[in-house]
Design a protein around this ligand. Sequence first.
Ligand code: ATP
Length: 452
Amino acid sequence: MDDAVTMDKIVALCKRRGFIFPSSEIYGGLGSSYDYGHYGVLLKTNVKAQWWRSMLSERDDIVALDAAILMHPRTWEASGHLAGFTDPLVDCKTCGQRFRADHLDQLACGQKPSKHPGEADVCELTEARDFNLMFETTIGPVRESGTTVYLRPETAQGIFVNFKNVLQFSRKKPPFGIAQVGKSFRNEITPGNFVFRTREFEQMEMEFFVAPAEAQQWFEHWLAERERWYTDLGIRPDHLRMRPHDPDELSHYSSATSDVEYRFPIGWSELEGIANRGDFDLTQHTEFSGEKLEYFDQASGERYVPHVIEPAAGADRATLAFLVDAYDEEEVEGESRTVLRLHPQLAPVKVAILPLVRKDGQPEIAKEIHADLRRRMQAEYDEGGSIGKRYRRQDEIGTPWGVTVDHQTLEDRTVTLRDRDSLEQERIVIDALGPELERRLAAPWQSPKLSG
Ligand code: ATP
């Protein structure tokens, strides 16, 4: 089935329904900065909660961490970011724009947008030079004498520098992991494609520490686990692929990296990178800090620097992929409807409770039902506007179930339960609603677009 989705439609829906919109819009917005509104917050929170669940609740070999964004500047010397976290940048002397030299074939010329930078006669591109992506700021009141620090460009280093602390306090030993979710900052030269690439974004990263001989096996384990995470949450398997890096793409310390890629309307693009980082990080931090970051196995008497397997995902990119994968348009009885076919676990609101009319005692019963259901799951009460309009609104925010209270409810305490995807409506007694919705929410789910 051909997808109706385009990036423009996603941007428009996100704005219309208050998921995501440009930051500081009353001042004209700030390029590639976005704010998340109510439904966007609920959706991204669910994405992160599912990630935490897969890391913490479903296994017992990973612990959580929340490290500071501002870290000792030596961290970035040790990690190699200060010297090497750069992108090649070219300037165009004609239009004054800056471009990422390795993305020219995806970018538009500042004067003739139908061409790529450098292709039009008027273009005058400079030689490429390296541009460090880290944002700098100063600690202390006086810029000149203060200490330069950096907004972290990844969450991973907060994990490595805490290796010893966690080893001590968590009573874990390899193989074990440390997971973290948090903001990262990169001064991207060419951000864009909505929240796919922004300068401020949220990462979900986990560093898994293993005995060197077991690294390859754990790398493969995490490739399979991370692929399953996306498909269990409803991403269509034919829109997801694992792409191993070519040898010339690999970071110098990585023996293997695979990207999880999603087929966005802009083409196949990275959602997550899974890397076998060897002992690079712990060795570097040992050298720069003087602290030994290693593991001593008392049973075997063996001492070693653990190797690291890192699944590094983006919360905003994943949220965008779930939105894109869910977006659908269809004709129903001569009317078109837009619907987000989100996995119920991800849907911002699980159930909407709607009185058919705003009289005859219907709102009172609907509010009673709402009071019960909201204790079990995210529920919304809505009595404003025609029932058709209210359903359309819930479809567009991806609410999987709608409960309608009508005149019959007052007679026999039954309501209609409507399914977002099949549009089937069934009558159900009020007392059975809570358990039935909980059962549905916990059931395995697959995208109805697969059978479309
Ligand atoms: P890219 O090649 O797209 O710049 P990367 O390989 O540099 O990404 P990593 O350093 O591996 O990315 O970061 C892990 C994840 O963090 C990415 O897969 C992505 O989901 C997310 N991420 C990285 N940079 C950004 C950004 N500028 N905006 C939004 N998400 C990002």
